[in-house]
Ligand binder design. Sequence first.
Ligand code: 1PR
Length: 554
Amino acid sequence: MGLYLLDYGAGNVQSLANTLTKLGHEFTWIKEVADFDKATSLIFPGVGAFETALEHLTTRGLLEPLRAYIASGRPYFGICIGMQVVFQSSAESDKYQGLGVVPLPVERFDDATKAVPHIGWNTADIVQLEDEERQLDPKHYYFVHSFCAKYPTDEKAKEWVYATTQYGDELFVSAVRKDNVFCTQFHPEKSGAAGLELVDAWLRGATSTSKSITYQTPSLRPQDGLTKRVIACMDVRANDAGDLVVTKGDQYDVREKATTSSDNTDISIHIAGAVRNLGAPLALAARYYASGADELCLLNITSFRQSPLHDQPMLAVVRAAASALFVPLTIGGGIKDTVDPDGTPRSAVEVAGAYFRAGADKVSIGSDAVYAVERLRNELGERGDGGSAIERIAFAYGRQAVVVSIDPRRAYVDPDTYDGPFKGEIVRGTGQEEGKAWWYQATVSGGRENRELSAVQLAQGAEALGAGELLLNSIDRDGTNAGFDLDLVRLVKSSVKIPVVASSGAGSAEHFTQVFGETSCEAALAAGIFHREEVKIQDVKDAMVKAGLNTRVD
Ligand code: 1PR
């Protein structure tokens, strides 16, 4: 008896479990068909791809019991894929139909004028009003999906719509509510305090209603509510004493330089050649969550002798961060197929799966993405053959869970004489860089090796293979405080449809308003200025509000 959670076997469902624990609720996982009879309420926190979810539910014999559970009238809360399965069908799958509880299809967002997936914090406007005093809820919730149910014209379908959200010029159903069913397209378990409140309200029965409802008709606004995201990134590695620390380099060099100020008393962190130590990963992550970071990113920059599965301290950090910090968490470093020294093969999906089970929402792939795109271009043509880590992880967990991290370096050329393959991508410097020209070269192994591939080619190839987002670093700007490389961001952003996170070089709050004002990137990331507390996340948010940018401040 009691609250049960359905895990279809893929995706990060740990975050919802963490939310329930934080709220003080006990729960049991559905393990077998008989558990459905014991459940007095059920949450299905589905993450990933519709087809994979339906495939797992079908092969494990859980689909029909789920249908029967919902038909029984007991409370059901579906999240993301857990919402989409109760719809009629999804454009994501030819093979499987949904449960048909909500008489609407799930369709793909139109990417003609906006990035898809829809990733980030957007508002959910409640359209089922119980009394006239109730205002539309101005809070932001975290969304990550490429498919959605468009706001219906059919009156019967409209009765299901609890909240709508606008993305670009499309209005979609972001929550449904009728009888015993309540579902959200967004992730309350990743939506900070607003999300925790919503889950708590459902558990207390406060989201169900017996009152009469007024159905409001939503309308398109001149601008959607999607906010620009501010991301705090922690580059993590073991220092020479073997402790996991947050480090930070200048142009990817994370070791202390020989010159340090004479009044340094703490020689342990200022010895020339030592790995810079800017703090403990968990303590910094907690600080950034508390101060309003929209997302957190942990990049394990250790070079692995074995697969990251052996790196239990890193997995422990991810687990601890996910259990206390309710915003999206991206984990990167070493996500590729490997063979451990004892001969055990470790697939990239296995490594990613370990991070997802520990509580990560997205994994970030660096070097391996470069090799995959080179293979795509040199051997396969326009489409992948399903063999790359990007494709396999995207298939299992959804493309929104796969970030490709790009580490480009400027390759300077004489534009008058250069006749190489990257001619069409040459940027000419202006202002202080007048007279210089360059293209952006992809690198691997943390920038230690240049490849005959441009950042644009890498971005396009990663998108073609199924990446859901790009983390766009700049080795030239990393740690310089000189501002984001706007030319690079514009160039890459204009060559793909997926969201782009601008990274490297932030030195002030104004650098964020500049990159959001002068490029169309969806998010911006910084490391050094936040670690050293030169700029606080709140300062960045204040500057963004002042500049009139959509910003999450609740
Ligand atoms: O190749 O899949 O194992 O992934 C390795 C990952 O680690 C990649 O995402 C790569 O960018 C990252 N990485 C590898 N070596 C380093 C290094 O610093 N030596 N860090 C490294 C990259 C860049 C950003 C940084 C921003 C913002 N760090 O993460 O946080 O540049 O910094 P700033 O605001 O201080 O300027 P794989």
